[in-house]
Design a protein around this ligand. Structure first.
Ligand code: F0G
Length: 351
């Protein structure tokens, strides 16, 4: 009879809600923290995966969206809007349904994974494909929310960050203290901002004794923070983090510097290698962008930058089913057999 109630009820005293805030929830959060055996062996550390693909719409965005939509409803909004590389739009669409609100989503044309598009469609969002990239979509979403009766639910909305910080709380609650290092993929840089806020709040209140070093990884073709300049035409197979001008850039730098951390890049090849390793060695199927955290950890370990014996958490941000093309690509086609046990046994190598 006791199930996880969603992040607002579980962490109510640490979130900007009141007794009169309508709670719009799909019982997000409470996601698995999975020990990663192969990654632990490879790094000589104790590595855990925070599996955010286990959220209701399959990504960490639900933590921020329960907050953003609840607050929008409290303020009387009838419609919400977001720019998205796919996951935010899927989440806004689902939570919009729960709230009885219209969700409008702006996505870069041809650059969002099919599963995410399917989610926005099936939840009945109003979708516009923008002839531009994510950064253009965000510019347009801001202009619309400034001038028309529609609330912006991107992570530039501070209540999104409030919701997403609960992932850090869950990790400390599970481990008993903060890890030594926390590793994340970085796109618009909202999530690294949110985790850092959560870790700092728990440390300030004495729930944890320390904060982790924050390590963020961008895709090489979309690495403005690493380069120190806006990337005009970002590219990467990890479409979720194909972003050239992150909205929370300064907050990401603060998280890096205050924590003694780092923001670095990984190539698409390194991302895909980590993506396959997670699926084939750890049993955890994530979308390519999510594998950037693990790719970054493996790269750092290979460069001798990871001291053994540390406790490390990698957030894997989205479910592999969002973008299955990369699982199928390059894999051998399954053979077809007749309804015959002897043939099947032979094909399976059982004889
Ligand atoms: N991983 C996934 C699966 C994402 O969808 C995103 C961002 C990130 C990582 C990066 O997080 O932006 O907070 O640094 N997706 C946004 C979207 C941009 O529209 O769904 P970030």
């Amino acid at each position: 009879t006791h199930q996880w109630r969603g992040i607002i009820e579980e962490y109510r005293d640490r979130l900007p809600v009141s007794d009169t805030t309508p709670v719009v929830t799909l019982r997000e959060g409470g996601t698995p923290l999975v020990p990663a055996q192969v990654l632990s062996e490879r790094t000589g550390c104790e590595v855990h995966l925070k599996v955010e693909g286990a959220n209701p719409t399959g990504s960490f965005k639900d933590r921020g969206m329960t907050m953003a939509i609840s607050k929008a409803k409290e303020e009387g909004a009838k419609a919400v809007i977001c720019a998205s590389t796919g996951n935010t739009s899927a989440s806004a669409a689902a939570y919009g349904v729960r709230a009885g609100m219209v969700s409008a989503v702006l996505v870069p044309q041809g650059k969002i994974a099919l599963g995410k598009m399917g989610q926005a469609l099936v939840h009945g969002a109003k979708i516009l494909q923008v002839d531009g990239n994510f950064d253009d979509c965000l510019t347009l979403a801001r202009a619309l929310s400034d001038n028309y009766p529609v609330a912006l639910v991107n992570s530039v909305n501070p209540v999104r960050i409030e919701g997403q910080k609960t992932a850090a709380f869950e990790i400390v609650d599970m481990l008993g203290d903060a890890p030594d290092i926390h590793v994340l993929p970085v796109g618009n840089a909202g999530n690294i901002t949110a985790y850092w806020k959560g870790y700092k709040e728990y440390a300030a209140d004495g729930v944890s004794t320390r904060t982790p070093r924050m390590w963020g990884f961008q895709a090489s073709g979309s690495a403005p923070i690493v380069r120190g300049e806006v990337v005009k035409d970002p590219s990467t197979i990890a479409t979720a983090i194909r972003i050239g001008n992150p909205a929370s850039w300064d907050f990401a730098l603060a998280a890096r510097d205050e924590s003694g951390g780092a923001i670095d890049e990984v190539t698409d090849r390194e991302i895909l290698r980590a993506y396959r390793l997670l699926a084939s060695q750890e049993g955890v199927f994530v979308e390519p962008a999510s594998a950037a955290s693990v790719a970054g950890l493996l790269k750092a370990a290979e460069q001798g930058r990871v001291d053994p014996g540390q406790r490390i958490v990698c957030t894997v941000t989205g479910n592999g089913l969002k973008d299955p093309d990369w699982a199928v690509a390059g894999a051998p086609q399954p053979v077809t057999v007749p309804v015959d046990a002897a043939t099947a046994a032979q094909r399976l190598g059982l004889v």
